[in-house]
Design a protein around this ligand. Sequence first.
Ligand SMILES: [Zn+2]
Length: 208
Amino acid sequence: MCMRALVIVLALVAGTTAAAQRLRALEPLDATGRIPYFIADGEPRSDFRPSDRDLAVWALTDWERSTGGAIRFVPTAEDEALVRVYWVPADAGQYGEMRSIAVAGRRGAAVFIRPDVSVLGEIGRLAQTDPLLRETIVYLTCVHELGHALGLEHTADFRDIMYFFGYGGDIPAFFDRYRSQLTQRGDISGVSGLSAADAARLNALYAR
Ligand SMILES: [Zn+2]
């Protein structure tokens, strides 16, 4: 959910120009599709809550489930993880960010989530009186940035979790269509944030 994302995501991949850089899929470690991940503790002043770990795990599970087993996330130590999730302080209205990293010669990804949604304008104000909206924003940000981690780029289709907010549209409605499916926090584990097209793109990357 990178409002500034196209530049940031691609500019931080070293070596080539942003225009030429394309994301690549992660390479699972073995034939079972195993992808090691690590979720950090929140940084000071990030407004991280320990329960936010659930949101990151559920987001990983959402993508994993959509492949029908072609990929499988397994927890591991930070320095061995191909996917790493960090919780960082708010920054100028940005929801999150993904940076490609090298892990023992393979493409990995560091995902930065900004759980302090209070700075996000209208949607942030609405979240202050609706705890499930706050959870929705952090959860969908995890899903979106993890989509980049897996190799997915932005789309221009408002229905997709990989939609780029730079195209405009009703951002509160983007979150509310998910929020409206929840009656309690635990529902997030079973309500997918993906569109059919998001899942199809991931499956195209990880078909085996
Ligand atoms: Zn993005």
